[in-house]
Design a protein around this ligand. Structure first.
Ligand code: HEC
Length: 255
């Protein structure tokens, strides 16, 4: 009897799943499915500020465009609430400076034959160009992804001990092009030096004593590749922006 009930319940769940389907099973049209869009009837008191000249429909519409229909990109339509490119860059640098050497931990998303992969890795940011470099062991999955497809997206998240992410989130999303440098390629030596020096900054002393700089560098040259990410768009989210009455996300675009 018990078995029958369990079997019936399972069958009901399976059937309901098949009947309803997921929302995303809807046909993809230009601009994506209508259910993704906000129906701009009434906004909440927490809605971020925008220029008086803008109408709801300027941002909340089905316009048949590409990813630029996304909520984040509508923010560039409003001057109100937006920081200058220079101030955004300053906020990005302040967030990603690490202990001062601009080495921080990121999650990098890549894709191979439409199969996504998110990997953790430490990058070092160039404060001038906002280009990032990381050295990592050869033959790992992410490196095959990048070899096949140079599109990459990185995320940095400031993890909080108090879990107050709602009012005080800090995060940076980077989209751009990833290139691979192997030993002998132009730019490899400089990037390898930077990766090594910043790694040494955070190595315990005993470890530094055990391995000479030369040995470590030779290891990078032989067994590692440099992943260089050239950013095209950087979106920074900060609780500080919210407090200042600005858009919670600010967008930096490469020239
Ligand atoms: C400059 C572009 C822009 C304009 C103009 C705009 N919105 Fe929004 N709206 C956004 C974005 C971006 C979000 C997503 C908010 C986020 O990511 O925090 C949003 C979110 C919302 C939401 C869901 C969250 C909330 O705050 O309620 C509603 C509802 C909404 N908008 C309604 C409206 C209405 C109604 C108007 C006109 C009176 C309007 N919006 C004008 C960009 C805009």
């Amino acid at each position: 009897m018990k078995h029958t009930i369990a079997a019936l319940a399972t069958a009901a769940v399976v059937m309901a799943g098949a009947g309803m389907g997921w929302a995303q099973a809807a046909d993809w049209k230009d601009g994506g499915p209508a259910y993704i869009y906000v129906n701009p009837v009434k906004k909440s008191p927490f809605h971020m500020p925008y220029d008086d000249t803008l109408k709801c429909i300027d941002c909340h519409k089905w316009n048949g465009a590409d990813a630029y229909t996304a909520a984040t990109m509508t923010l560039i339509k409003s001057a109100k609430g937006r920081l200058s490119q220079q101030e955004i860059k300053k906020a990005i640098l302040e967030t990603l400076k690490g202990t001062g050497d601009y080495r921080e931990m990121y999650v990098m998303a890549t894709s191979f034959k439409d199969e996504p992969l998110a990997s953790c890795l430490e990058f070092i940011l160039d404060p001038e160009t906002l280009t990032l470099v990381a050295s990592s062991e050869k033959q790992t999955e992410k490196l095959f992804h990048i070899a096949a497809n140079g599109r990459a997206s990185l995320v940095y998240v400031k993890h909080r001990d108090d879990m107050k992410y709602f009012m005080n989130p800090i995060g940076v999303q980077i989209s751009g092009k990833a290139v691979q440098l192997k030993y002998g390629d132009p730019g490899f030596d400089q990037a390898a030096e930077l990766c090594l020096q910043t790694a040494i900054n955070h190595m315990p002393e005993e470890m530094q004593k055990k391995m000479s700089r030369e040995v470590m560098l030779a290891g990078i040259q032989k067994n590692q590749l440099i992943t260089k990410v050239i950013p095209e768009r950087i979106v920074i989210t900060s609780g500080d922006f919210i407090k200042r009455g600005l858009h919670r996300k600010q967008i930096w675009m490469a020239q």
